[in-house]
Design a binder for this molecule. Sequence first.
Ligand code: SF4
Length: 579
Amino acid sequence: MRSNREWTIFQRKQADDCLVGVVYPAAYAVGMSNLGFQWVLRQLDITPGFFGERFFHTPGAAAPRSLEGRRRPGDCHLLAFSVSFETDYLAVLQFLAAAGLPLQSAQRDRRHPLVVAGGAALQVNPEPLALFVDLVVVGEAEAAWAELLAVYRDTADRQELLVRLAGRPGFYVPSWWEIRYGDDGAIVQQERTADAPAGAEPVVRLPVLTADDLAALEPPFTNLLSTGTEFARTLLVEVARGCPTGCRYCWAGYRYRPVRPFAESRILAIADAARGHTDKIGLVSTAVGQYPDLARLMADLHRRGFHLGLSSMRLADLTPELLRILAEGGEDTLTLAPETGADSMRARLNKPFTNEQLLDGCRTARAAGIRRVRLYFMAGLPGEEPADADAAAALAEAAGRALTGRTGDGRLPVTVSLSPFVPKPNTPFQYAAMPPLPELRATLRRYAAAFRRRGIDAQIGSAREAHLQWRLATGSRVTGQQLVAVAEGTADPADLIAEHSAVAARPFVATPGRRPPWAMTTWGLSENHILEEWRRFRSGDLTPPCPSLAGCTRCGICGSTDPSPDAPPSRPDDPESTR
Ligand code: SF4
């Protein structure tokens, strides 16, 4: 780790009153590419009274020390965990254990750092970590983080701090709630503990920033560039948040809508500051193509001498002009996510383009000078047919031919990433189960064989890791207790998904009207909307894109249809398993 070379765009602060350990519970290479992790460090650099030092953790690592000052976690006033993936939950516990800190928040007191956690995985479901963290900062962190630091500056007393944040959007204190689960794993009772102040809300509302809020903020970016990351000397900048499409499998699509861009002047200011360090820039967003006048922004960056890369372009946003600017900026690969080779399944996922439209996109890319294509597929979707494996391989082959114009033999410039599908909370697929592990493995083998037959390079995801991710993503505080056994070394990580293991993490498949374990937090997405989308998945009906319009109440996030989380939703139809 120490041999990695780093460059800093804006100078970092070396010391101040309050030391915050910023913890990424995975390897350095992963953490340093994470915009949320880098954003927290940047906020500490620009907030008087605080400074941050980095910790990373991989399983089996020795007692953690900070990268900057070789300090112990226990030396910090505050530990801020950035938890991006469900599979990092276990590493959070392992980090606390390796640091010699009590695992459970109830066992820690004023002698220990305050343990705060945020990050993408906790937006989905913070409950598996509920017993171990003092405070969860949920929702878009820009809304809550400054408030947390301001209150911390006023009072270092942990109980007073938590009480002052009670009822504020985005702050969840799990220890204030005692939860009882039914036999099916649903929440059947939730009671305040004696410590909980009157202002503590039974369900925490996660903040959703307005377009004006976002436009006024500095976008998250990689202030620290490092040779130890996949992106090495590429400056990553988040240019917009949200995607209008409403793909039914995508939790981020539901979580970050409506689409809101960062100001172009702020993006260019970061690029200008970085120009002495790098000439590569990656524009990041849930849907980069939704950035208003993206072509102008790209042209501006190109004029400043940057080579450009874009994350996750929607096919509908690919214009010949964008492709030309990308190719001129040095990009030679078109990345698309058809998810499936079957048009009918893609429509059921609410991803409204056909195979033929994707092939047209490849031909346009060829004309612009793009030479390679990378395709993302999923396997194990509810209702998937065995023939879908060959349909995916056939589409990959056709995409390669459309991109090259070749009809004969020879290896095509196509690479495929195939991921096992994982149903996530707060998406329509929360009502669906994953296929059993042996069945999922057989499905992945079928896909691998289909790609091999057509000479397509395919990276195939792990069925085991996908199952673990599902169990943790839909887990509860009971799941958290099972993680303790693994963190303390009395159980093996493999036991978490072993069928007859005492610590097997049990997945939760939602039922309308029952409160799932993740119902302790909400950002206003209405359960009626999710149920309607589940019905539409089964009927194959498309839902039009999020209109990003003031006054819209369709999904509950912007409008007034915020459901009372305790009230069972009215039922349009009974969801039924498609398996
Ligand atoms: S309420 Fe309407 S505008 Fe707001 S996120 Fe939902 S669909 Fe989009």
